[in-house]
Design a protein around this ligand. Structure first.
Ligand SMILES: C[S@@+](CC[C@H](N)C(=O)[O-])C[C@H]1O[C@@H](n2cnc3c(N)ncnc32)[C@H](O)[C@@H]1O
Length: 512
């Protein structure tokens, strides 16, 4: 257990601050002001702003030791940014850390008033504020000029004009300087988003934290290991430095633990009882053969089955064995018969057509007493059968789609309204990815053990050449293939949010 975070405050005098280079700036009492690096001079002076030299010196010292990525929220025209960029320039990291900057970057008096709820005051900041806002391109253009003329622009990775609350930042940062939280209301509004941008271990620096109580408020959104509040003789412009450590939660296992293996005798009894019910029900419906579309969730199987339905092979979009798990009982009896009866009810022409998703086959196997080794027996239950296996090559896209459908309950969509956007959850998407990858692997295992050679359809390949791919599929199934119907009523659910989730997930997985 880490000790509770404690604030160490000290007064300082500029004269106290001299010290060696690249030593640990922390001591047991907090940030050691006598160990800060000297602030380097720049070709042009540090831009106008509100930060005092001691604060710039702290930023410079911490940035110089940071491995990044570094984020600055609230750069204004670059006073603090210059200290951070110079610290990164003079640090020992190779390659140089990423440094992203975000600011509202107001460009007009009207925008200023809209953002801050007050008129742009020509006198504010000795006149530099209005000058920057009214400069062509607004304060961001001034920031870029200021960084460029001090030869620091090359140490900035990206400059984003916007609200940090509305900007999807794809990185997790090792150092975050925030000059955009100045009171309880702003803290409540902004801190959850700022905290969520931190890497597992991160150093936060906040400007304008003027009381211990406000430091407590800010820390309540973080996982502080230690913290330091700079207290000067004046009360304005204080800096809070927080070391934050939020260990990642261990990955939740996908799904539940395996159930115990039934005894040989129990499995034999299930096979006998379920087999008899199965044969009777198939006979009662006059079923002589089956077509089975085998897949995992969100592989494009609904699209493929809709195409087949439009071309004379209906029935494959129904997951008729989704409730098989309810029938893992000893011995299988009437309820299992009724379940099977419903599953077969719309079979026609002696042909039973169904979609069978991976977990549903596994539950059906349990209900009918078939272990992995009895795959051939299980497959034979469907009489002579044509198996079609639909896979999606882009597993991350499939995992995102699967997770999103689980979160929203929207599995197939025919209307045109926008898709809901559930909040990104790295571990849940990773679990979804495991689940579908294992599903495909277990289908291959089942086919190999059962001696079945399915007709394999890759969703992306089919979509890339729909007329050709569809004709080929229909001919393989013995259906007319000359002028296939290519239109189905489904709407593609993939949107820019899916793309953003995939990118974010891949970026995060890069660092796992
Ligand atoms: C006090 S100024 C920053 C001063 C600057 N750090 C310096 O050294 O001069 C605060 C800045 O935060 C920006 N800001 C406030 N809230 C923000 C938000 N939610 N997203 C992006 N920028 C924000 C404002 O546009 C403003 O430029």
């Amino acid at each position: 257990m880490l000790p509770p975070a404690q604030t160490r405050s000290r007064s300082f005098e500029m004269a106290d601050i001299e010290g060696p280079v690249l030593i640990d700036p922390w001591d047991k009492d907090g940030l050691a002001l006598d160990r800060l690096d000297p602030l380097p001079a720049l070709p042009f002076r540090y831009p106008d702003g509100w930060m005092r030299p001691i604060e710039l010196r702290i930023l410079y010292t911490l940035a110089r030791r940071s491995a990044g990525p570094v984020l600055e929220v609230g750069s204004w025209i670059g006073r603090s940014s210059s200290a951070i960029a110079a610290g990164l320039r003079d640090g020992v990291c190779d390659p140089k850390p990423v440094y992203d900057i975000i600011d509202f970057g107001p460009c007009s008096a009207a925008e200023w008033q809209q953002r801050f709820g007050q008129k742009l005051n020509i006198e504010m900041g000795g006149g530099h504020v209005a000058a920057a806002v009214l400069h062509p391109g607004g304060s961001m253009a001034v920031l870029i000029d200021n960084m460029r003329r001090n030869d620091l622009l090359g140490h900035v990775t990206s400059i984003i004009r916007g609200d940090v609350l509305e900007t999807p930042l794809g990185r997790r940062y090792g150092m975050i300087f925030c000059d955009a939280v100045h009171g309880e209301v702003e803290a409540k509004r902004t801190m959850p988003a700022i905290a969520a941008l931190a890497a597992e271990r991160a150093l936060f620096v906040f400007d304008d934290v003027t009381t211990e109580a406000f430091a407590d408020t800010i820390c309540s959104y973080l996982k502080p290991v230690r913290r330091f509040l700079l207290s000067g003789k004046d009360t304005y412009g204080k800096l809070l430095v927080v070391e934050h450590h939020a260990p990642a939660a261990p990955a939740k296992p996908a799904g539940s633990a395996p159930r115990p293996v039934p005894s040989l005798e129990t499995a034999r009894q299930r096979r006998a009882a379920a087999g008899a019910i199965w044969r009777d029900t198939f006979a009662a419906h006059g079923i002589e053969r089956s077509v089975i579309l085998a897949s995992t969730f969100r592989s494009g199987s609904t699209y493929v089955s809709s195409l087949l339905a439009a071309n004379g092979l209906p029935g494959l979009s129904h997951e008729r064995f989704a409730d098989a798990w309810r029938h893992i009982v000893d011995p299988p009896g009437e309820a299992f018969g009724a379940f099977l009866n419903t599953a077969l009810s719309d079979a026609h022409g002696g042909c039973f057509a169904t979609k069978l998703m991976w977990p549903h086959l596994a539950r059906l196997a349990e209900a009918t007493g078939h272990g992995r080794d009895e795959a051939a027996d299980l497959g034979a239950l469907f009489r002579p059968a044509r198996w079609i296996q639909v896979c999606r090559a882009d597993k991350v896209a499939q995992a995102v789609s699967f997770w999103r459908a689980k979160m929203t309950g929207r599995w197939q969509v025919y209307a045109t309204e926008a898709e809901p956007e559930p909040e990104y959850d790295f571990l849940a998407i990773r679990n979804a990815l495991h689940e579908i990858e294992l599903g495909d692997r277990l289908w291959d295992d089942f086919f190999a053990r059962a001696g079945i050679e399915p007709l394999r359809v890759t969703y992306e390949a089919l979509v890339a050449d729909l007329p050709g791919g569809l004709s080929e599929l229909l001919s393989a199934l013995g259906l007319p293939a000359e002028v296939p119907a290519e239109r189905v009523g489904l709407r593609r659910q993939r949107d820019s949010y899916s793309k953003a989730l995939q990118e974010r997930f891949l970026g995060d997985f890069y660092r796992v």
